[in-house]
Design a protein around this ligand. Sequence first.
Ligand code: SF4
Length: 405
Amino acid sequence: MDQKTIPLRPCPVPISLYFHIPFCKSKCDYCDFFSLSEISESFMVRVLEKEVRSLDSFLSLLSPPSIDTLYIGGGTPNVVPPPILRSFLEQIFSRLPNIPTESTIEANPESVSKEFLQVIKAVPINRLSLGVQTFQNNFFSMVHRSSSPEINRKALTLIREHWDRRLSIDLLYGIPGSTVGWALEDLENAIRYHPHHISLYHLTPEENTKYGEQIRRGIMKPVSAFQEEKIRKTLLRRAREYRFYQYEISNLALPGEECRHNLRYWELRPYLGIGPSAVSTLPGLGNRILRITETTALGEYVEQQNEEIPKNWEEIPPKVFLKEVFLMGLRTVFGIQRDSFRRMFGVSIEEVIPGTVQKNSNLLKKDKIRFTLTERGRWWLNRVLIDIFDEIDQHPNPIRCGWPL
Ligand code: SF4
């Protein structure tokens, strides 16, 4: 749907805020995020200025009581030269009604510098998420990622010398040719730098990526599903020895160090995404749930002088939203809060999906506060979701939704 005026309404509850910084040093073969390389500094400034204007417009429309979490992602936020990044971050924080509980910035090792760390220490950023991916040499040339094991180590050493706030490290597994030993070495190397949080992502051959194309054409051979599962289980077991627990399918944390921003996202709390390709889920007039998507046409994005709110939006029907609540909520060990669900949909989970609950009782935890899958249940998440979606589709009564809480 492409409509002129978005029927947004003031948001009565705190929101989360995401900024997409769509610049990278070069494009990795496996990446399907929206990002561009070789962008001039002056154009970066124009994009960031537009993002700040967009924030102003949204804040005046939404008037949220507070911003719970902030996430500056990308792309690669730290390819923005430090003085420009500093000005951008200062402008954002000066506009927020409060200092968010958690403010994260993503960074890539090849652009970590002392100046970058000084910039993020000068503002209330309290979490740094570093895209290490691996310490194995051949990966970087294989997928044209502009880093190396040496660059990763140097960046982590610099961070440990100049950054004493929270640190998260991204690792990739399932890289063609990888072994259990290789993956364990990556994990051990990462843990040596004392992160609070580790994201363990599977290297997926996404459509419309060079890597995906090479896998499809048989030029590269992915690791087998059996090998991949063996690697994943071994990594999780070893991480547990260092007190990291798996709180979400791809995320591990020391107790209390979970990513609050992503938890809010999985709980489908209202969030505002700003920047090219960013997505928002926000309350609309008449109890509607709106999903707004920003354009990826960068030229058009910066040119729109008087249209800071994007035009692309759609209304999410309550049944679709209900499915999303299960889809996202069951990813984490915290599951779905039963009382929130009841307040939102006016019924209990068992009233909406009685058949699924009965059929999958061996995969569900017996918990009166939360609706959660067991560890084995999360492994079978897709199967459980198919049952849930089928049952929601066949639900005889209209679903009503009182969101947000
Ligand atoms: S650095 Fe990250 S965002 Fe940029 S192209 Fe590579 S994977 Fe994508």
